[in-house]
Design a protein around this ligand. Structure first.
Ligand code: MG
Length: 122
């Protein structure tokens, strides 16, 4: 069991991933953008963060950089369907900022579960 923070401005994806990982026995915190996600770190430090990239207030790339700067031990998985740039370009930047893994939307829930398990064991 681990402590997960899931950041995505898409409510459907957010709640779907929340139930998915709660059903897998994890403690899950949900946030709708990077700003709100970062605020939760002060009170509840996660083992792993799953974050979207394109979000209002604070997008995912900046969020990844801030999390890794302050808490380098937290694992980060970035999920995105792309935006102004294609998804590969976003993921390249995300990995530069310290993301540990990336997964393009849409994905199968099982793909994300496998990634999470791998990172938690590494
Ligand atoms: Mg988004």
């Amino acid at each position: 069991m681990a402590n997960l923070l899931i950041i995505d401005d898409d409510k459907e994806i957010r709640t779907m991933l929340g139930s998915l990982f709660e059903d897998n026995g994890h403690d899950v915190t949900l946030a709708e953008d990077g700003e709100k996600g970062l605020k939760t770190l002060d009170v509840n430090l996660p083992d792993l963060v799953i974050t979207d990239i394109i979000m209002p207030e604070k997008e995912g790339l900046e969020t990844i950089r801030e999390i890794k700067r302050n808490y380098p031990g937290i694992k980060i998985i970035v999920i995105s369907g792309g935006g102004n740039l294609d998804v590969k370009s976003y993921f390249k930047i995300a990995h530069t900022f310290g993301a540990d893994a990336s997964l393009a939307k849409p994905f199968m829930p099982s793909e994300l579960i496998i990634l999470v398990d791998e990172l938690l064991q590494s």
